[in-house]
Design a protein around this ligand. Sequence first.
Ligand code: GLU
Ligand code: ASP
Length: 495
Amino acid sequence: MATKEEIVKSVPQTGFFGHPKGLFSLFFTEFWERFSYYGMKAILLYFMYDKVKKGGLGLDETTAASIMAIYGSLVYMSGIIGGWIADRILGTRRTIFWGGILIMFGHICLAVPGGLTFLFASMVFIIIGTGLLKPNVSSVVGDIYAEGDNRRDAGFNIFYMGINAGAFISPLVVGAVKEHYNYHAGFSIAAIGMAIGLFMYTFNQKEKLGIAGVEPKNPLNAKERSSILKKFIVAVIVVAALVILATVSGNLTIDVVVNFFTVIGLLAPISVFIWMFTSKKTKKEEKSHLLAYIPLFITGTMFWIIQEQGSTILAAYIDQRTDLTMGSFVIPASWFQSLNPLFIITMAPIFAWIWIKMGNRQPSTPIKFSLSLLFAGLSFLIMIIPAITSGGKELISPWWIVISFFLVVIGELLMSPVGLSATTKLAPSAFAAQTMSLWFLTSTAAQALNAQFAKLFAKISEVQYFGYLGGASIVLFLFMLMLSPWISKKMGSIR
Ligand code: GLU
Ligand code: ASP
């Protein structure tokens, strides 16, 4: 097994803006993967609820929003499996490759007109593919820097810019292609994007990435292999039996599936915490860190509840309740999905500058986390104003959406970059391979809940909806603020 030093030595340490050459491959792999994901997501909701004669699937809006949320929840949940496969069977590099292939197939399924069956097939491919690719690509970023290399944080920031650059461009391109041609043409662009990503990943891979991520870090031994295989076969049989049973008894409706995965989306993080907390490998001090991580995890979840609704509830709102005409031009609703990443790209450097200027006086991790909820809450509360002035009927100005998205991004910049590093520091060392996926579970839990909130949105008024969720975020903000000294204490020397 290669040591950390051997791995780092195999990667040319400069060649991409003063960073290891491998960052080039990883940056563009993730750029294109996110391009495909967010491009697809920008038109998927509309594809699901648009009338059949407009090229859509004609689902009702609430169902479409719930499916979007559950889909998002599973996309991030599968990271647990992706991390595990890389760690124990395939190694990160090969896992990423297969992930990319599955994602590409997923988009191809939508590029051909195939109705609900192809939609669900696409979702399965993309859920598994993203689980294999996303956490592992980020973890190779960590692998290419030596222990204590002070370029590492900057490397992750560049990588984060890649994510958001992909997420920024794709709704514009995919949205325009959809307007000009049709939905399937739009989804083909996503498929092409992932194909380019795969090319960028494999091209000169050995030269750029050396041996980083080639070997699994904790390979299964023969005994473990056969026991896992047995468990896997049993699980497949049980799942198949349940699906058959539910189908035969007429219980396999979209709503039942959505509710089932809401429960799973919430049970997943709870089980991971219990597993880590009770594991013999977790040291006493690490248990204290895990306790400190619970409120941070809940905060992250509340934040993503609001952030992710930008592509579900608010996306529908943009399409139906917002005046998108500008003279003779109608702004495609999908283009609004570029606002979040655009704000991230433009404001991240400002935040970085503020933190450098503040140095040691900058707020602690728990305080940054709580503040993110203040901004998320405000982003929803502000939507009460147009909801009232429009009487819930007239079209509102798109500027309300712009302001709302802007507020979310302030919160996102306070939390998202810090969240991952807090997870890396607070997760028990024996679970290093799972830390990336642990952080993604905040998005899993959030979107599992969003699948239910989508139903609530249909039942209560806009004012109530934005008021309740925005208010909940603010209440949690105050609570977290009070709790932050306790969290800091439990975090010990970690900041
Ligand atoms: N938007 C970021 C990404 O796609 C963060 C997602 C998350 O943690 O939910 O990578
Ligand atoms: N800001 C998100 C992320 O960092 C992208 C998005 O929501 O479009 O990738």
